[in-house]
Design a protein around this ligand. Structure first.
Ligand code: ADP
Length: 397
């Protein structure tokens, strides 16, 4: 069964064609600058990349170009569109409507539309991608896999904010959490690595990329997570501030004469390690600046590690202990210095890493020392595979 996995952003579209019979990635690609001019980079397995700069006026054009690339005589990997058995879409916000992936129909589209207020930048782009596929691949089943769905198992005490309950009822203001597909994937891999049943394990998963979030997983279910109503809450991120006193918002509006949009932009785009350091939102740049003696870059990294460690401590208490901590995503998978800095805070829990193992990159590995009371796992995330798996599972039903 061949599944096309699509991740549509406002001006971009990432794709993978995965053969689920052997979990083989047949081709990967990216369309960028949709609606501006257009650029497609398509890489068939084991071959060189192919780049096209043909114009893409909208997402329908982009999906058409993806289909053309997949069918191309030279760079293609299939000979007919009908070889694609299904399309799996990453959809950012499923609100309280979706606690798992679903086959897309009119009702599902209406519910995704109803969540636009909660994710005004993402859900419209996801819907455009779904409509483009409906038009260009009629009759091929489509599945929606939501970033929020995995976290719908959180209990009320974790997801409710302490504002008047009526506002939750009226506007659905609550913690939703994001990166659910990644947290689910790595927590399932952790279960496999530890050779136990999911129901027996408590795992804290740390998705540390440009955006970052931490999740407490008990018996395979998310019971708490650091992102909230939007992806702004929680960790210090590349450009997002994460947790701070909400009173700062009205203070800034008054003192800096800012509008709500200005403050929103400041907290989402100009804050985080970028705002603290003034150097970059990219953790590699920060590590090298800090090594060169840049004090603010060091403070930014220190704040980031401290916040990650605090969340792990919080979830250790919430779960009543943990069997494993998992590091994943760009920074979690690649930065041994960040993993070390975070784990240094966790010695009180009996958590200890082996420096040699911590230096190995690019594969699933347990980097905890023999005597560590908690396993520390590095697991490369694979959201596309998770989306393809959910899609296949729904079709098999
Ligand atoms: P996103 O998908 O949220 O854009 P990624 O998961 O790709 O983010 O992570 C990107 C981040 O990971 C960047 O800040 C990048 O600097 C960091 N990163 C990637 N490789 C390394 C590395 N070897 N050392 C430190 N940071 C790294």
């Amino acid at each position: 069964m061949k599944i096309l996995v699509l991740n549509c952003g406002s001006s971009s579209l990432k794709y993978q064609l995965i053969d689920m019979d052997n979990q083989d990635v047949m081709a990967v690609g990216l369309c960028e600058r949709i609606g501006i001019d257009g650029r497609l980079k398509h890489t068939p397995k084991g071959k060189d990349s192919f780049v096209s700069e043909d114009a893409m006026k909208d997402h329908t054009d982009a999906v058409q170009m993806v289909i053309n690339a997949l069918l191309d005589k030279e760079h293609g990997v299939i000979s007919d569109v009908s070889e694609i058995n299904a399309v799996g879409h990453r959809v950012v916000h499923g609100g309280e409507y979706f606690s798992k992936s679903v086959v897309i129909n009119d009702e599902v589209i209406k519910a995704i539309e109803a969540c636009i207020d909660l994710a005004p930048l993402h859900n419209p782009a996801n819907l455009i991608g779904i409509r483009a596929c409906e038009k260009l691949m009629p009759g091929i089943p489509q599945v929606a896999v939501f970033d929020t769905a995995f976290h719908q198992t959180m209990p009320e005490k974790a997801y409710l904010y302490a504002i008047p309950y009526e506002l939750y009822e009226k506007h659905k203001i609550r913690k939703y959490g994001f990166h659910g597909t990644s947290h689910k994937y790595v927590s399932q891999r952790a279960v496999k690595m530890l050779g136990k049943d999911a129901s027996e394990l408590k795992v804290i998963t740390c998705h540390l990329g440009n955006g970052g979030s931490i999740c407490a997983v008990d018996g395979g279910k998310s019971v708490d997570t650091s992102m909230g109503f939007t992806p702004l809450e929680g960790l210090v991120m590349g450009t997002r501030c994460g947790d701070m006193d909400p009173a700062v918002v009205s203070f800034l509006m008054e003192k800096e004469n800012m509008t709500n949009k200005d403050v929103d932009n400041l907290m989402n785009k100009k804050s985080g390690v970028l705002g603290l350091s003034g150097v970059s939102s990219d953790f590699r740049d920060l590590e090298s600046a800090a090594n060169d003696g840049n004090k603010r870059a060091k403070i930014a990294l220190d704040s980031f590690h401290y916040r990650v460690a605090k969340y792990i401590g919080e979830y250790y208490a919430a779960l009543g202990g943990a069997d494993a901590i998992v590091f994943t995503a760009g920074l979690g998978e690649n930065s041994k210095t960040s993993r070390k800095a975070v784990c240094d805070y966790l010695k009180c829990f009996g958590i200890e890493i082996d420096d040699d193992k911590n230096s190995i990159r690019g594969k699933e590995i347990d980097i905890a020392s023999e005597s560590s009371k908690v396993r520390v796992l590095v697991i490369p995330t694979n959201e596309e595979l998770m989306i393809a798996r959910d899609t296949k599972e729904l079709l098999d039903k």
